[in-house]
Design a protein around this ligand. Structure first.
Ligand SMILES: [Zn+2]
Length: 268
């Protein structure tokens, strides 16, 4: 069995402190490729440095919507990301998108949503210019972030390269519309294994029935540790629990999923 962790954060604490050991553990567990995803300028730069140390590690560059404050000088941020993108291990942009989940207590909700959209649009344009796939982070307690993301993609994305709906969540109608998009892929994480994750498995089955070539596996480590590690720091090697669960309980074809990862990121 070959595994590609298509979304992890060796570039974030607490993984960063001993990431080389953790990458070693992952290889022992059968993971032969991993994509390290940036969330800020600094963590994007770290992802590039880590990926440069091993040809089976890749980097993705981006500013997460939760870090929109980092992009106060958007032009400067874009120019720094462009420089980083020259590294050959950089295979995607993201994680970028809209996150309204944590805004409910914020008085400046509207202003922050507008800033997030500006940032997202700049990231869409960067990926388009560099002709690289785009990794999306979308989260909301309601539905707005999901459907606004689709609108922005429909208006501005080229659909030449893959778009990856990382740790996919949201209304089924949103997932259906995303499924209909050309070159769309869906990342599933450890929360698929949670005992009460009936809705997450409904999303999985919807994607699987529509097109199992669109499924990717990821950890989002250090977040979302799968059963039986739920609640602990997620180490990337734990992806084997998610993979075994999806393979045995949900009938996921793991070889096909590995091929999907290579195809999505232009590594075939
Ligand atoms: Zn992430």
């Amino acid at each position: 069995m070959q595994l590609f962790d298509t979304h992890c954060h060796y570039n974030l604490e607490p993984l960063l402190a001993n990431w080389q050991k953790l990458w070693g553990d992952s290889q022992q567990a059968g993971i032969n490729r991993s994509l390290i995803v940036g969330t800020t300028l600094a963590s994007s730069q770290l992802a590039v440095e880590q990926a440069s140390s091993d040809e089976r590690l890749y980097a993705s560059l981006g500013i997460h919507p939760g870090h929109v404050d980092q992009a106060a000088d958007l032009e400067q941020a874009v120019s720094e990301l462009k420089k980083m993108a020259a590294n050959k291990q950089v295979i995607a942009f993201g994680e970028v998108g809209l996150d309204y989940y944590h805004l409910s207590n914020n008085l400046d909700q509207q202003a922050i949503k507008i800033e997030q959209k500006h940032l997202f649009l700049a990231m869409i344009n960067l990926a388009k210019e560099a002709n690289l796939p785009l990794i999306l982070h979308v989260r909301d307690r309601g539905e707005a972030a999901y459907f606004e993301t689709l609108e922005l993609l429909e208006k501005h994305w080229s659909f030449e390269q893959a778009i990856i709906f990382h740790c996919v969540s949201g209304p089924l109608e949103y997932v259906r519309r995303a499924l209909a998009m050309k070159n769309s892929y869906f990342g599933f994480d450890g929360n698929l294994t949670f005992k009460n994750a009936h809705y997450q498995r409904e999303i999985f089955e919807l994607v699987q029935q529509a097109d199992s070539r669109k499924i990717l596996l990821e950890t989002d480590a250090p977040y979302l540790a799968p059963e039986p590690y739920r609640g602990q720091v997620c180490e990337p090697a734990m992806i084997t629990s998610t993979a075994n669960f999806a393979g045995q309980k949900l009938g996921l074809d793991l070889n096909l999923t590995y091929q999907n990862s290579l195809r999505a990121f232009g590594l075939l």
